[in-house]
Design a protein around this ligand. Structure first.
Ligand code: HEC
Length: 378
């Protein structure tokens, strides 16, 4: 033979016989041995005096990495890299971080623990072991229970081990020898063959994805949705003589629910002829307050003083409490909301007509409150 001895193996009739043999083997002082059975045997780890696996500490470390990594990344993004006001909430709004931190904790703890177990503990992709392809392994992976006492145990002596195994009712006692390539128990993660397999998998998966998404998805019948007999906005069309897909409305038409603004581009006339149709009742003022706080206060400030929450993202507007605006007729303020003024955009799309007039009342209330007179309190 000439091959070095790896271990001496023995088979046992039942899990109980195996447990007994393990106890005796531990008592006899052997430390380098292993036990094999087709299914997990409860209590075997205690009989073998196995230490608790350190894998749990890896899971803890990866879980903490996920939690702190997620919170740290979101903290950096929201405080340092890209601070954004979202719905007026604080930048570091921790309740929003909980789902992501939880997900990353679970993801890293599970995936990295499994990867660590397979690559570091089980030395994947190194798959060679002297017990592979032995009659012993064939039995213990179907219906046998076995012990393998290794030759590198300090108190190993083949004759003594054989006697010991026979004494604890072991059968089929047999030596197992090394194959040269099985001597290498090291990590083979960077083995060229394994790297080759990885590259092969990557090429096949990305190639398949490319073909599926860029070729197959554009072939019949999947392409039917893309070829529809319809006109696309902003696109040319041969249907009409002028070659345009979009039509201009017939002159004089008015869109549904939309009345043209009679004073478009005429602020002076708007101020002169428009009259606020609403009474300054509590209900109307409440509506105006809601509208003002929602649409105007981001720039004009909650009290119309021009002290906005814009943080320099848009030029601050002038105060609405100025003599100028106080002396304006209602129609002029209405006109600014409807048409905008210089860089202030039109709010006709967001604020309905009645709400615009209600906002005008509310601005009047703000102005009066700011310059309150003794007589106002009576
Ligand atoms: C995007 C920020 C912004 C919002 C929102 C906004 N405004 Fe303005 N507003 C401005 C700016 C800037 C000016 C100054 C425009 C100029 O240079 O004439 C202005 C001017 C005005 C003026 C004229 C003041 C003056 O002294 O000429 C009135 C009145 C006014 N806004 C009312 C409103 C009302 C009412 C709303 C809510 C419907 C509103 N604004 C929403 C930015 C805004």
């Amino acid at each position: 033979m000439g091959k070095p001895l790896y271990s001496v193996t023995a088979l046992f009739a039942s899990p109980d016989a195996l447990l007994h043999a393990v106890e005796e083997t531990v008592k006899a002082g052997y430390t380098k041995y292993d036990v094999h059975s087709p299914y997990p045997i409860h209590g075997i780890e205690r009989s073998m005096r196995l230490r608790t696996s350190p894998l749990g500490y890896f899971a803890l470390a990866f879980g903490l990495l996920g939690a702190f990594g997620a919170v740290g990344l979101m903290t950096w993004i929201t405080l340092v890299d890209y601070p954004l006001v979202i719905g007026g909430k604080p930048f570091w709004s921790w309740p929003a971080f909980v789902p992501i931190a939880f997900e990353l904790t679970v993801l890293l703890a599970s995936v990295l623990t499994v990867v660590t177990m397979i690559v570091v503990f089980l030395k994947f992709p190194n798959n060679s072991h002297p017990l592979h392809d032995t009659p012993y392994m064939k039995r213990v992976s179907s219906d046998g229970f076995g012990i393998s006492i290794q030759a590198d145990d300090p108190s190993f002596d083949e004759a003594v081990v054989r006697v010991h195994l026979a004494r604890v009712a072991g059968t089929a006692i047999a030596p197992v020898y090394y194959d040269p390539e099985e001597m290498d128990h090291g990590q083979k993660l960077f083995d060229p063959r394994f790297i080759g397999v990885l590259i092969g998998v990557a090429v096949v998966v990305s190639g398949g994805t490319y073909v599926a998404l860029n070729k197959v998805a554009f072939m019949e019948p999947y392409s039917w949705m893309m070829e529809q007999a319809k006109l696309k906005p902003q696109a040319p069309s041969t249907l009409f003589a002028d070659g345009k897909g979009m039509r201009t409305p017939v002159p004089g038409t008015v869109a549904r629910g939309f009345l043209p603004y009679a004073y478009a581009g005429k602020p002076d006339e708007a101020g002169k002829f428009l009259v606020n149709p609403l009474p300054p009742s509590a209900l109307v003022l409440e509506r105006g307050r809601t509208g003002f706080l929602t649409f105007c206060s981001p720039c004009h400030g909650n009290f119309g003083r021009g002290d906005s929450r814009l943080r320099g993202q848009f030029p601050n507007p002038p105060t609405l409490l100025s003599d100028k605006v106080r002396n304006w007729p209602d129609g002029s303020i209405y006109h600014v909301i409807t048409e905008g003024q210089n860089i202030m955009p039109s709010y006709a799309g967001q604020v309905r007509k009645d709400d615009r007039w209600a906002i005008v009342h509310y601005i009047r209330a703000l102005q009066r409150a700011h310059f309150a007179k003794e007589s106002d309190l009576k």
